[in-house]
Design a protein around this ligand. Structure first.
Ligand code: NAP
Length: 246
């Protein structure tokens, strides 16, 4: 059990983020559950509290500078200096490169890259001042191998991996560990937005023969966040059913 570490999980009203918030709440972290929808965030936070954990809900868009600062302030107010940030908020959209619109590209990079940047900026100063902290960024295996109709998504996820490695080089000697989880296909509402053809083809390609469950990604996050992962710095772990082997 981790003793009451103040934690932010973004996009935690659904899917993988929800499972991460619930797992960390059960492990004794004190969790700020962020989502665009306050209602969904509050449902997750209430569930954690009903099982004896500590959690608050806070709505906000991670791609907004003002909202990212408010999310951080709310976490500090509720649970003290943030010791763990999980940048999970994300969106899905598919189009061939030749059909991608500039606004599709901008939104994809705003939520994933700008959101991860802004939330990290918000927590980093206090973490460095405290001399400890952990940041886990949720990318995707598509950031490692690319994907048809997913150039903007894959590009954004690759940017998260590069940004994480650079930050890890800068801050790990000062007590802050930064790592990436790059899941393969996971059964969540986001993956259901992708075409049936994509899902059927992807499933047939997987050595494990099945998509992952959100709880299986949450277990990877719980490991990277914990002191058991003390030697993991700027790493990308892949709970991906064997789709990508590095
Ligand atoms: P999900 O079920 O759609 O959950 C994503 C959550 O993020 C939603 O609750 C969404 O709110 C929220 N969100 C979206 N934009 C946000 C913003 N700007 N600020 C705050 N919250 C925001 O998707 P998921 O599958 O769990 O995905 C979670 C993360 O895992 C994403 O980063 C995704 O790219 C990554 N991932 C997923 C898979 C997969 O196969 N599912 C694989 C690899 C990586 P709304 O629903 O209200 O928009």
């Amino acid at each position: 059990m981790m003793s009451g570490i103040s934690t932010i999980v973004t996009g935690a009203g659904s899917g993988i983020g929800r499972a991460i918030a619930e797992r960390l709440g059960a492990d004794g972290y004190r969790v700020l559950v962020n989502d665009l929808s306050l209602e969904r965030a509050e449902t997750v936070a209430a569930g954690i509290r009903s099982r004896g954990g500590a959690a608050v809900a806070f709505a906000g868009d991670v791609s907004s500078e003002a909202d990212s600062a408010s999310i951080h302030t709310a976490a500090v107010k509720a649970h003290g200096t943030v010791g763990l940030l999980v940048n999970n908020a994300g969106i899905a959209h598919q189009a061939l490169f030749e059909n991608l619109e500039v606004h599709d590209f901008d939104r994809m990079f705003a939520v994933h890259v700008r959101g991860t940047f802004l939330m990290t900026k918000a927590v980093l100063g206090p973490m460095l001042a405290a001399g400890k902290g952990s940041i886990v960024n949720i990318a995707s295996q598509l950031g490692q191998i690319g994907g048809i109709e997913l150039a903007h998504y894959s590009g954004a996820k690759a940017a998260i991996i590069g940004m994480t490695k650079s930050l890890a080089r800068e801050v790990s000697s000062r007590g802050v560990r930064v790592n990436v989880v790059a899941p393969g296909p996971i059964n969540t509402p986001l993956v259901m937005e992708l075409s049936r053809e994509w899902r059927e083809r992807k499933k047939s390609e997987l050595p494990l023969g099945r998509f992952g469950e959100p709880e299986e990604v949450a277990a990877t996050v719980a490991f990277l966040a914990s002191d058991e992962a003390s030697l993991f710095v700027g790493q990308t772990l892949g709970p991906n059913s064997g789709d990508v082997m590095l």
